[in-house]
Write a protein that binds this ligand. Structure first.
Ligand code: PGA
Length: 252
């Protein structure tokens, strides 16, 4: 069976309550009757419930941008996976480079978060990607392998059905510098091969691997029709309904 494309918008720390609801509703309206592509929106945490309500009954899913690994407890400012689920989310993004590199999240921590999120019933968009210095030192594959082996350690093949990998070269995030089709395809094929080694051929062939990093309407079609690219995780271009919808259309 061909893999269904999956496009997710990562709104990061942008929007207001009103603009988040309006953006989500415009996107949902623009996708009425269009079921070719799976679509999810990941607003800032305080707006999750409002956005989920605003587009309830539409084909568009909601995701959070982070969660904690404990079920509850004295963790000031944190959010348990079950709370994310309760807020109307189906997905959670984990391992984004802005959290790995900006906030020091490690593979071990992400492994705990991933297991907790899956146990709570969330699906996970797990981000991996190399820094520019690592690419230039020819370390892209070893970095990706370490992030996959560390982050996905101890997961079962069954759990992997609820995990999407987002390959996001750090040097392409928010920079306007997009990976070339060759660079993207090469990295995605490597991810699929690594997953095959870890979880078997079936899991690898069904795994969705999104590309992320400066995806825009004008480069989306080329990237998303590469053999091992199954969609996109979109930052900047997901903050306007028309550009995000154009990217979703390019995936279909
Ligand atoms: P960008 O962000 O599309 O703005 O490069 C992608 C991401 O951070 O997921």
């Amino acid at each position: 069976m061909p893999r269904k494309k999956f496009v997710a918008g990562n709104w990061k720390m942008y929007t207001s309550l009103e603009s988040a609801k309006a953006l989500a509703m415009d996107i949902a309206k623009g996708l009425v009757g269009d079921t070719k592509v799976t679509v999810a929106l990941c607003p800032p945490l305080p707006y999750l419930t409002a956005v989920a309500w605003a587009i309830k009954g539409s084909s568009v899913a909601v995701g959070a941008q982070n969660c904690h690994y404990e079920k509850e407890g004295a963790f000031t400012g944190e959010t348990a996976p079950s709370m994310v689920l309760d807020s109307g989310c189906q997905y959670v993004i984990l391992g984004h480079s802005e959290r790995r590199h900006g906030l020091g999240e490690t593979d071990d921590l992400l492994n705990k978060k991933l297991k907790a999120a899956l146990a709570a019933g969330l699906e996970v968009i797990f981000c991996i990607g190399e820094l520019l210095s690592e690419r230039e030192a020819n370390k892209t594959e070893s970095v990706l392998e370490t992030q996959l082996k560390g982050g996905l350690a101890g997961l079962t093949a069954e759990q992997m059905a609820k995990v999407v990998i987002a390959y996001e070269p750090v040097w392409a995030i928010g920079t306007g510098k997009v990976a070339t089709p060759d660079q993207a395809q090469e990295a995605h094929a490597f991810v699929r091969k690594t997953i095959s080694g870890m979880f078997g051929e079936k899991v690898a062939s069904e795994l969705l691997i999104q590309y992320g990093g400066s995806v825009k309407p004008d480069n989306a079609a080329t990237l998303m029709h590469l053999p091992d690219v199954d969609g996109a995780l979109v930052g900047g271009a997901s903050l306007k309904a028309d550009s995000f919808l154009a990217i979703v259309k390019a995936a279909g």
